[in-house]
Design a protein around this ligand. Structure first.
Ligand code: NAD
Ligand code: MG
Length: 405
């Protein structure tokens, strides 16, 4: 690992690149890092469109690099940084994200971009053997075997940031070779989303703002809609399959509205290991940053005496028809999960734009899965997967056109 000497302590600091720094996970990562100036040095920050927020972050953190996809926005950022006497170099374009993720001076990459757009920089970080903190679950859902091959070939350390997967990871021994013998199955917990008790007959009236008002976490709008449809849990089932090398039948879901138990491992001897805590993304982020050590995260301690009850129930597959697609696509031909993710991204964007209703999201995904034949397509390169991804988006867009809101 490339590390720089800390001038005050002489200890080495991890140089961190945050992809998607302006988002919910990105800003929580900055919060954790701000608590440990002796351990971490901010090397690069990237964003998509929130230039003001990125400017504010650059002023506060003075990273060596900042990146935006759009050249005009990058130019604007550069001018405004120089006006304030800040020397941060500004890069633009998709390739810049890959270059920063693989930069020889970077030790740790926080992958906090939302959607398949994060796959290419994740692959770059994996090939370059970085410590890769994965919040961007879609990258693994799209990338699957290709992603994991890159991690193994590059010698990267892949650390889960999704709270459920961090929980499972925390319940398992550090030696990955012992995982397979230990696990009977895993239980991913889910809050059930904001509409767990709402009459499904009224799902067509749900507005984007209602869908984005998650009971326990303030998250980006895309993952908030995914939580409301439970597609987030479907993506997490697929994510778990790759992170922990499990068969589809070894991954189960349990609804736990309080979100205190973040997930569980059921061992071969039927002993159950769980990870608990207040619902706060800074805990998995801090663990990813400090693994195998533990550092202060800023999260509140759990007060067991104030917990009224911890309840658990079975998921309702009729109410959330997208959920079953996780196991179906995992058992289907390779590339099916890429279609699932792309169609979901297209459907969520259409719902947030007011083009389709909440209860039509599932039909867009089901339509794309039915129509796209992945059997003949290649799956062994980024280009091949992105080709499947764009076919699925085109198919979804065409279907959306025919739907009346
Ligand atoms: P967000 O929308 O708040 O932030 C997304 C970030 O990605 C922003 O910085 C944005 O500028 C950047 N971005 C968006 N599109 C991009 C593109 N095309 N190219 C480059 N950058 C782009 O999202 P979030 O809630 O922080 O979630 C980020 C990821 O973490 C998602 O994959 C989500 O599923 C996962 N995650 C989030 C949470 C949470 O609590 N928010 C929890 C678990 C997992
Ligand atoms: Mg999660």
């Amino acid at each position: 690992m490339n590390t720089s000497a800390n001038p005050s302590t002489g200890a080495s600091r991890q140089r961190v690149c945050i992809l998607g720094a302006t988002g919910s996970v990105g800003t929580s990562t900055l919060d954790v890092i701000s608590r440990h100036p002796d351990r971490f040095e901010l090397f690069a920050l990237t964003a998509h469109s929130r230039v003001e927020e990125l400017l504010r972050q650059c002023v506060a953190w003075r990273p060596r690099f900042a990146a935006l996809p759009d050249a005009a926005q990058a130019g604007d950022l550069l001018v405004r940084l120089r006006e304030q006497g800040i020397a941060t170099e500004v890069l633009c374009g998709a390739q810049a994200l890959c270059d920063l993720a693989a930069h020889e001076e970077v030790d740790t990459v926080m992958a906090a971009i939302v959607g398949a757009a994060g796959l290419a920089p994740c692959l770059a970080a994996a090939h370059a053997g970085k410590r890769l903190l994965l919040a961007n679950k879609e990258a693994l859902v799209v990338g699957g075997a290709l992603f994991m091959d890159a991690v193994h070939a590059g010698g990267a350390t892949l650390l889960p940031i999704d709270s459920e997967h961090s929980a499972i990871f925390q319940c398992l021994p550090e030696d990955r070779a012992r995982w397979a013998h230990r696990i009977d199955h895993i239980l991913l917990t889910s809050s059930g989303g904001p509409f767990r008790q709402r009459d499904p007959a009224t799902f067509g009236e749900i507005t984007p703002d209602e869908a984005c008002a998650h009971p326990n976490f303030a998250m980006g709008r895309k993952i908030s809609v995914d939580s409301a449809t439970m597609m987030n849990k479907a993506l997490e089932v697929i994510e778990a399959r790759w992170l922990f090398e499990l068969a589809p039948q070894q991954i189960r879901i349990v609804i736990h509205p309080q979100q205190i138990v973040h997930s569980m491992v059921v061992c071969r001897d039927n002993s159950v290991l769980a990870q608990l805590g207040t619902p706060d993304m800074r805990v998995p982020i801090a663990y990813g940053l400090s693994f195998p050590e533990r550092i202060e995260s800023g999260a509140a301690q759990l007060d067991f005496t104030s917990l009224a009850a911890l309840t658990f129930e079975a998921p309702d597959f009729e109410r959330c028809p997208g959920l079953a697609l996780a196991w179906e696509t995992l058992r289907g031909p390779e590339g099916s999960t890429t279609v699932l993710n792309a169609a979901n991204e297209a459907a969520v964007a259409a719902f947030l734009a007011g083009t389709i209703r909440f209860d039509q999201i599932h039909s867009v995904i089901a339509h794309a899965l039915e129509r796209i034949d992945v059997g003949s397509a290649g799956h062994d390169s980024l280009e091949a997967l992105l080709e499947i991804d764009s076919r699925a988006r085109r198919q979804a867009a065409q279907f959306v056109k025919g739907l009346a809101p």
